[in-house]
Each structure stands twice: as structure tokens, then as C-alpha cells.
Design a binder for this molecule. Structure first.
Ligand code: PMP
Length: 430
């Protein structure tokens, strides 16, 4: 295996700061730490290239514009897109999903149907609820088992009125991956039965979105191989900066879509009563983009390009198996996640101790986990919980991190055992 987690971790300066030497960071599904090259690229942008793009013809503006378009092209290669015109920069996955929901729903009529799953992050649920209320659309959900979508049963909710299927590539709360190959096959079969040739999407009139927010840190993503129409992710979840998301869309489909946000940069001419919109991809990028973050993303993509991603993934899998194995040996601890086919996440509760108490105890030992509903309330409710403790791994984590986590939980449970009258558990946080 050509991957050293120790060497990898050395590239993340946060961990070598005096106050973080003992830190065990297991909140990577929320956001990853940043390698030095990303931090440096952001600083370099402000030091050497800071200017707004596309507007002026001066040297710095040209440099900033070239940088943005270079990173757009690198992002297209990174995700397997055919052209940089298929990449839109947003302020995050949330904004990307709002963009797609708003633009796609504008072409729909009352009674049209959107298919989602119980496992969606609120970012891929709430925008659709808002638009369903506005346009009279119907939200339908893939059948699930305790909240876990049964993709092989999606045909049960597909109908001639289905216009959009928007599904997470993997759960940020429990870690399971979605079987995107099965989804693709079902959608393709539906469209070949329902539509004639000449459709711009391989799914006919139906548009298929993958919320890839949790995938990119762990998998080499190839949107062409996935076969989706749109793919959304946030740079900060794969070692890149905050304030930046990527939306991939098939060019022919993006060309059909109305823009969502209006403003500067997305027009060619503006009249008092009407405007002409710019070409792709700028028509979807109203206002000033997160330019420094885009510079940081450029460095991040180079950084990832130098890693043996397969070896990284294998390393993460072995760590995840170890984490699940150790957790499963703790009495009265219920593991909601499964180590198999999982994006680096262990989610658990304990019969005698509220999730919030576990997380706070661990925080007191400099072990960072997440607690709550993880912005996936319907999934947690279907699984019978309001909150879990979530430990999420990436490639700079180690066996020692997991040993510290387990020792922390065991210490807390020993304390509880030793207390004659245990403290009542505090209410779980939202
Ligand atoms: N979808 C999923 C699956 C996520 O995990 C997240 C972030 N937790 C989002 C969407 C939203 O990402 P962001 O907050 O970066 O916009």
C-alpha cells in the first residue's frame, strides 16, 4: 500500500499547533482540516492576485480571472466532466442544491413529482419542500428500511409524473453509500420505456441529481461513470476551503435551465425591464464568487492528484473496520452504522448515557466528535433516535485516534458504573 497516514497528516498544520497536539479530530464529515498548500494558496491569492474577475482589464483582474478558469478546468477533470462549461462555482453544496431545485422546478407544473430519500441531508430536502409548496409539486420518497433507502425499490415510486430524482451519494449521518449503479440502471430502464430518442439526458425527461457531498473525500468521482445529470459537492469536505461548492451539470441540460440568482456577472446586457443572460457557466454565477477559496480549491485538487487515492481509501476502510469492531465490543452501545460500504462514519448511542453527554465528555479529553441529528432528522427518526454520536474518519486519522476515542468512552462508562446514583442524562442537542 503506497500511503502513509503519518506523512499525510504532517501536511495539515492545524495538528502541529501547540494547542492541537493532543487533538483527536473525528468530525471530518462536517468539515476536514486543510493542508498547508490550500492555506498558502488562499494567502497567496490575497497577496499577489486579489482583484475581482471578469470585470476589468487590468493585470490583477486578468490574473484572478485566469486562475478561476484554470481551477474550473481542473475541477472538470477532477469530477470527470466533459467540459469546464459544465462546472458552476457556488458557495457550497447547499447553494448548489438550491440552485438546481429552483432552476429545475421553474419548468414544472402542479402534480409533477420529485423523488428524494429519507436519508437526505436537510440541504437536499428543505429546498424541495419550499418549491413543492410554491409550485404544487408532490414529494415522494424511496422506500426505506429504518430510514435506509432501498434503492432497488425505487421503481415503486417512479411514475410518469416523476421529473426529478435527487438522492444523496452517501449518508452523512450513518455513512452508508447509495447504490448509484442500481439507481442508474432503474432510471435508464424507465426512460427507455417512456421516452423516444433525442433526449438530452440519458434519463429522458427525468433529471437525476446526486448530492455527492460525502463522497469526494473518499472516492475518485467520475460523473460520466455515475451517469447522473447533476452532481453537487462542497470543497470544505474534501480538504478544500469553506465557502465554495461545485455543481456539475450536463452541458445540454444546463443550457435548458433558467438561471436562479440574478445579479452582476451573469448577464450580457441589462435593460430596465429585461436582461440577456451570459453563456455557461457564468449565467449561474451571479455576483462575486469566493475567489480566494477557488484558489485554495486549485491547490487542493493538485494535492489530491498527488495522492494514491486507492491506497488512501483502503487505509480508511481498514480504520473504519477497526473503529466499528472496537465500538461493537462496548456493552450497551448501539451502533447504527455498518462498516461495510461506508464513507468513514460510525454513528452510535448508549443505553445509559445521552449522546450529548458522551460528546461533551470526549471534548473534555480533546476528542472532537459530532452529536445531534446531523441535519438528517427524518433518517434519525426513522432509525428510532433523535441524536447520535458520530465519529467520522479521513486519511489523516489513525488507530491511535480510535484507541483514544474508545478509551474516552470506556472511562465515561466506568465513571457511570462507579456513581451510586447516576446523574440524569441531559437532553440530546438538536
Ligand atoms: N449534503 C450532505 C450529504 C452533507 O453532508 C452536507 C454537509 N454536512 C451538505 C449536503 C451541505 O453542505 P454545505 O453545508 O457545505 O453546504
Amino acid at each position: 500500500m503506497n500511503f502513509s497516514s503519518q506523512e499525510f497528516k504532517q501536511q495539515f498544520p492545524l495538528f502541529s499547533q501547540a494547542e492541537n497536539r493532543e487533538l483527536v479530530y473525528l468530525d471530518n464529515a462536517a468539515t476536514t482540516q486543510k493542508p498547508a498548500c490550500v492555506i498558502d494558496a488562499i494567502r497567496d491569492f490575497y497577496l499577489h492576485s486579489n482583484a475581482n474577475t471578469h470585470r476589468s482589464s487590468h493585470r490583477l483582474a486578468r490574473r484572478a480571472t485566469e486562475m478561476v478558469e484554470r481551477v474550473r478546468a481542473a475541477s472538470a477533470r477532477f469530477l470527470g466532466a466533459e467540459s469546464p462549461r459544465e462546472i458552476i462555482f457556488t458557495r457550497g453544496a447547499t447553494e448548489g442544491l438550491n440552485l438546481l431545485a429552483n432552476s429545475l422546478c421553474r419548468g414544472l407544473v402542479a402534480g409533477d413529482e420529485i423523488i428524494l430519500s429519507t436519508a437526505e441531508h436537510h440541504a437536499n430536502l428543505v429546498p424541495w419542500q419550499m418549491l413543492a409548496a410554491q409550485y404544487g409539486l408532490v414529494l415522494r420518497f424511496v422506500p426505506d428500511a429504518n430510514g435506509v433507502p432501498q434503492i432497488d425499490r425505487i421503481a415503486e415510486v417512479l411514475s410518469p409524473r416523476t421529473r426529478v430524482v435527487s438522492i444523496t451519494g452517501g449518508s452523512n449521518a450513518l455513512g452508508f453509500r447509495t447504490d448509484l449503479a442500481a439507481l442508474r440502471a432503474t432510471l435508464a430502464a424507465k426512460s427507455s420505456a417512456a421516452t423516444s430518442s433525442g433526449a438530452v439526458s440519458s434519463q429522458g425527461d427525468l433529471r437525476w441529481i446526486v448530492d455527492g457531498s460525502q463522497l469526494v473525500a473518499h472516492d475518485v468521482v467520475d460523473v460520466a461513470a455515475i451517469g447522473c445529470d447533476f452532481f453537487v459537492c462542497s470543497a470544505h469536505k474534501f480538504y478544500g476551503p469553506t465557502g465554495l461548492g461545485l455543481v456539475y451539470g450536463r452541458e445540454a441540460l444546463l443550457r435548458e435551465l433558467p438561471p436562479w440568482q440574478g445579479g452582476g456577472e451573469m448577464i450580457t446586457s441589462v435593460d430596465l425591464l429585461a436582461s440577456d443572460y451570459a453563456d455557461l457557466p457564468h449565467r449561474f454565477e451571479a455576483g462575486t464568487s469566493s475567489l480566494a477559496a477557488i484558489a485554495g480549491l486549485g491547490a487542493c485538487l493538485e494535492f489530491l492528484g498527488k495522492q494514491d487515492r486507492l491506497a488512501m481509501a483502503q487505509y480508511e476502510q481498514s480504520l473504519l473496520a477497526y473503529l466499528h469492531d472496537r465500538l461493537s465490543q462496548i456493552p450497551e452501545l448501539e451502533l447504527l452504522s455498518d462498516a461495510r460500504n461506508n464513507l468513514g462514519i460510525a454513528s452510535f448511542v448508549h443505553a445509559r448515557c445521552a449522546a450529548i453527554d458522551i460528546a461533551q465528555w470526549l471534548d473534555g479529553r480533546d476528542i472532537a466528535v459530532r452529536v445531534g441529528h446531523h441535519c438528517a432528522q427524518p433518517l434519525l427518526h426513522a432509525a428510532g433516535h433523535t441524536a447520535t454520536v458520530r465519529a467520522s474518519l479521513v486519511a489523516y486519522n489513525s488507530k491511535e485516534d480510535i484507541d483514544r476515542l474508545i478509551a474516552g468512552v470506556e472511562e465515561l462508562l466506568r465513571q457511570l458504573d462507579d456513581t451510586a446514583e447516576p446523574q440524569p442524562a441531559a437532553a440530546d442537542s438538536a
